[in-house]
Write a protein that binds this ligand. Sequence first.
Ligand code: NAP
Ligand code: MG
Length: 488
Amino acid sequence: MLDTKPRPEKVDEKLALIGGQWVRAVEGETLPVIDPSTGKSYATVQRCKAEDVNLAIRGARAATFAWQRVQPLERGRILRKVATLLRDNIVELTEIEALDTGKPRAQAAFDIEVAIRYFDYYAGLGGKIDGYTIPFDSNHQAFTIREPHGVTAHVLPWNYPAQMFARDVAPALVMGNAVVVKPAEEACQSAIRMAELCLDAGVHPGALSIVTGLGEEAGAALTSHPGIDHISFTGSPEVGTIIQATAARNNVGCTMELGGKSPQIVFADADLERAVPAIVASIVNSAGQTCSAGSRLLVEASAYDRIVTKVADAFSGVRAGVWHKNLQCGPLINDIQQKRVQRFIDAARSDNIPLIASGRIDEEADPAGYFVTPSLFGPVPESNSLAHEEVFGPVLSVQPFEDESDAIRIANSTEYGLVAYIWTRDGGRQLRLAKNVQCGQVFVNGPGAFGNVELPFGGVKKSGYGREKGLAAIEEYSVLKTILIHHG
Ligand code: NAP
Ligand code: MG
């Protein structure tokens, strides 16, 4: 294995990782890195374009042979070393992630823990992904093997940068793919640092590339490149559709994770001591910029006032502020998202939807930061955009339901289908709801997956398709080959 581990020379100008080397973009342009708590730039990243992506894919192609020749068990060992190095650098990575995304320190720390879990989990699969034999006839032997795609492309969002990097990269690498990552330019610092540690741990140079840049430039060049064999995308349905259209022209398979409008379905018999903190955290963590956020609170009408009063009390206590104050909520990622979320809040007010409760922006928060006031609205009419559009901010809409079938009908009434949260002590109802709500993951009487990297995750309907996490991700990042040998 090569032992070239060149480092970025400047702390404030981050380089791209292309062909195993840390380099500047060919055209020499950079993009500012903005602290969302202050709106100020504190570093720059490379503005990679088509030529940089070309070089990254060429490097990845060249590396596939060597990386695939590393014994699978050894690839697992290397990923385990990555996990160890990440753990050794957990304080630094936490601060990088918090500063880059604006997340409160505790949330950023948790995200880094989860990123480490991904590497630990997939490290354990090195050497364990086997095929099977198929009874055929007495003249043949039939069997399958699972092979890597070759070069996998990963376009990542800014809401959970470290988690997303690990969620994609760890399973793709353990399978023997060479990986090209286009992180979101708004938050790519943790991916850059984690990639350095991956190389330190022994990931083959070239088998991991990081092309920072704009979606329409680096992202589009990567996903339309004929040299890639699979695309994994997490982000908006609009961009997902563009990428799928391009992928179709090249016959490249996709894994699409496109957000949601997930319901928290609360029945009168729910354990509110458990439910209420989880409901509030789900929509204010990461400032509501969570694809699996429970952004619709569906409440059984017979207990509406009792349940909503408790949620409102907890919601009123939410404070949004700078990451190192470690409050419940941070800023949104950029001014575009801030304005977008504020538009939803303003529209709800002008549509005369009652504001049940709101949190507060910390008095010490920088007015130039991208904060919005966490807001709880309801009852929200089914026809209102707040009841069916993804806000991607700390805005929770409440809707009453009459009975079980009404709850299922409302839960299924949006175009999305990512996650559902069900709160009831009735076992039969838990199962009926779990089976009838259209989505990819159901959580009963609990806060959701969080760090559970073992649980397959993905959507139905407009939320996308394919499964990340768990063993299921291995199927995304590999192909099954069937072999039939005639032996007479
Ligand atoms: P986005 O544009 O879909 O960004 C996701 C990723 O795709 C980023 O890396 C982005 O790069 C890249 N990208 C953008 N245009 C591309 C193109 N034409 N070809 C290839 N890649 C491209 O999301 P956004 O604009 O940042 O956020 C808008 C909305 O998307 C949010 O309000 C939210 O509703 C949704 N969203 C969902 C998730 C999720 O977890 N499901 C995550 C993020 C956003 P750049 O960042 O450089 O543009
Ligand atoms: Mg974008």
